[in-house]
Write a protein that binds this ligand. Structure first.
Ligand SMILES: NC(=O)c1ccc[n+]([C@@H]2O[C@H](COP(=O)([O-])OP(=O)(O)OC[C@H]3O[C@@H](n4cnc5c(N)ncnc54)[C@H](O)[C@@H]3O)[C@@H](O)[C@H]2O)c1
Length: 381
């Protein structure tokens, strides 16, 4: 199959984290090809990365503005750009590509302020351009399975949620003698680059988006605490949320929870049963119908419905993992790009959109307003 969907990337040089995950995930789909990039503001790293992917040197750009302008002017220009830079740059880079008429897939959190987020959303709505956001965990097959089970009423009405996204890798920040490599932390803990939060934007927004994706519930108001331990931004936060159906949820996100690597766990309780999923054991959903024993539902088995099951890439018992979760998000995004290119309906595909990005920014601001304003309830409008 010809690689007829062309994409570019801003950020994601060879040694960066998530850009490489996006590239590998996009390689799962034979339709797309990386043809352009501005992978770093450091020219050597930028050029090296272009060479790694055998790009035409003319399409390895010194800055994203030059890239947007040049790609928009080419007949064979990129169909979309993937933005995998630190948070501070998302708004300006996304806006630049949208204004050049290019579809965007941007990492989360979408941007710094609600006004910026709503401005991007307004551009997307007025232009009809596509905008995906990197809420990757909704891409796991078992996330789709749980969403279907909840929609089918398997656990009844959702009456409570408990979710945590906890890591321990930043505990070393509190230890002045630590010799561990903290290079990934450098911008995350800096308010100038990360924004008004650290772990709430990095981890908490995943919980917010994931629960909303699974249940369809929207947070009406929330009450939060955040712990900075004398650092500029929080490394730990507890958030009580109230959904639009009146139910409550408790979210915990942390980077100082020693013993946890990437412990994203979501538990949804209904009046007819409960569901639990763990990102570090992502092939399995724990399902407990009311009054019955807990059962394990495995990806790839007949217990899985056809629609959600179609996201699985290999038979049961062969672990898929994060690359496939990203690949599933990108497959849906590519479906939309492809449909749009060929003048077909592109509104029906299953990937996180600009509206999810806007909600993430509202969530971050509500958490900060609540935590820093004396732990008051804050309504999200
Ligand atoms: N969805 C997820 O699960 C997930 C996971 C990790 C990170 N992220 C998000 O992805 C983004 C990047 O995180 P990361 O961990 O990969 O960071 P990183 O520091 O590893 O990489 C950032 C990259 O951006 C480049 N860069 C910075 N400014 C640039 C500019 N103006 N022009 C071009 N390149 C520029 C850097 O050179 C580097 O290549 C963040 O917003 C983060 O929140 C999402």
């Amino acid at each position: 199959m010809a690689r007829e969907i062309r994409y570019g990337m801003v950020g994601g040089h060879n040694k960066a984290f998530i850009g490489d995950v996006h590239r590998k995930a996009l390689q799962f789909d034979p339709r797309s090809a990386l043809v352009a990039g501005c992978f770093s503001t450091r020219e050597t790293l930028n050029q090296e990365t272009g060479k790694t992917y055998d790009l035409d040197p003319d399409r390895v750009y010194p800055d994203y503005k030059t890239m947007a302008k040049a790609e928009a002017a080419r007949e064979d220009g990129i169909d979309f750009v993937v933005i995998v830079t630190p948070n501070i740059t998302h708004y300006e880079i996304a806006k630049c590509f949208l204004e050049a008429g290019i579809n965007v897939f941007c990492e989360k959190p979408l941007c710094f302020t609600v006004a910026q987020a709503e401005e991007l959303e307004a551009i997307v709505k007025s232009t009809g351009l596509l905008f995906g956001v990197g809420y990757s965990y909704t891409g796991y097959t078992m996330s789709k399975v749980m969403k279907e089970m909840i929609a089918e009423g398997k656990i009844g009405k959702v009456i409570a949620v408990n979710a945590e996204y906890v890591q321990g890798w930043l505990l070393d920040i509190l230890d002045p003698d630590s010799k561990n490599d903290m290079s990934l932390a450098v911008w995350r803990t800096d308010p100038v680059i990360s924004g008004i939060t650290n772990c709430v934007g990095d981890l908490g927004t995943h919980i917010e988006n994931y629960v909303s994706y699974l249940t369809g519930l929207k947070i009406h108001r929330l009450l939060a605490t955040r712990d900075k331990y004398n650092q500029p931004l929080e490394l730990n936060a507890n958030i009580i949320v109230e959904y639009d159906n009146g139910a409550h949820g408790a979210y915990w996100c942390s980077q100082i929870a020693e013993g946890h690597c990437n412990g994203f766990v979501v538990r949804v309780y209904g009046d007819k049963g409960a569901l639990e999923w763990m990102q570090e054991d992502p092939e399995v959903v724990r399902y407990t119908p009311k009054g019955e024993a807990m059962r394990l539902i495995h990806r790839g088995t007949p217990a899985i419905h056809e629609k959600a099951g179609a996201f699985a890439r290999i038979p049961s018992g062969h672990p898929e993992g994060l690359f496939v979760a990203f690949a599933n998000i990108h497959r849906e995004f590519l479906n939309a790009v492809d449909a749009k290119k060929h003048g077909k309906d592109y509104s029906c595909f299953d990937f996180p959109t600009i509206s999810d990005g806007v909600m993430g920014v509202k969530f971050i601001h509500a958490v900060v307003d609540s935590a820093d304003g004396g732990n008051q309830w804050v309504t999200i409008k």
